[in-house]
Design a protein around this ligand. Structure first.
Ligand code: GAR
Length: 200
């Protein structure tokens, strides 16, 4: 299965997908392209190092967000990717894009959704004072972090945590869960029943 990975930042999740999926020939999952909305994203360096084609698509180069989405869609089609994997991609898609790729876009989010959606999830988690948080991998729908949940892992919040220490421990779990979910997807193990995803 060919996948497109979309990034905006450091790309530690991308790195894990490169090592655990792309570079393991027994698995049959190829990262066909990495697309970033930020020229400076370190994730682009990681992709290039692994010999994966990269593209930068900036919102400011387009008149509106539908056109921005259309350029990303053009690249996904050009590279014949079946699954769109958001790995720290910090832009929201417009409804036409989400409808076109219904149940073919997945995202990883550093909380137990529906708690703390949005752009500052780990800071919001600490401010609220919850004792447990975690990781959610979900399909992307037209809302903000509201799509059907595929899998979650729990991470305890420690009294001593700051945003960096908590995010680091959450990322350890992201790096286990995200490749696993993509493998399940490729193997056809995910069955969607209403708001529930069953892993067969
Ligand atoms: C990850 O922790 C991911 O959960 C988060 O961005 C980080 C990207 O890290 N995504 C979101 O908050 C999406 N709403 P990475 O660039 O090192 O993979």
């Amino acid at each position: 299965m060919r996948i497109a990975v979309l990034v905006s930042g450091s790309g530690t999740n991308l790195q894990t997908l490169i090592e655990k999926l792309h570079q393991d020939e027994t698995i049959g999952i190829e990262i066909a392209v990495v697309i970033s909305d930020r020229q400076k994203a370190y994730a682009l360096t990681r992709a290039k190092r692994a010999g994966i084609p990269t593209h930068v698509v900036k919102t400011r180069d387009f008149e509106n967000r539908v056109d921005f989405d259309a350029e990303i869609s053009r690249l996904i089609e050009h590279y014949t990717a079946e699954l769109v994997v958001l790995a720290g991609f910090m832009k929201l898609f417009q409804p036409p894009f989400v409808r076109k790729y219904k149940n073919r876009i997945i995202n990883v989010h550093p909380t137990l959704l529906p708690a703390f959606p949005g752009a500052h999830p780990v800071a919001d988690t600490l401010t609220y004072g919850v004792k447990f948080t975690g990781v959610t991998v979900h399909f992307v729908d037209e809302g903000v972090d509201t799509g059907t949940i595929i899998a979650q892992s729990v991470v305890p919040v420690l009294d001593t945590d700051d945003e960096e220490s908590l995010h680091n421990r959450i990322q350890v779990e992201e790096h286990k869960l995200y490749p696993q979910v993509i493998k399940w997807y490729a193997e056809g193990k995910l069955k969607i029943k209403g708001r529930k995803v069953i892993v067969r």
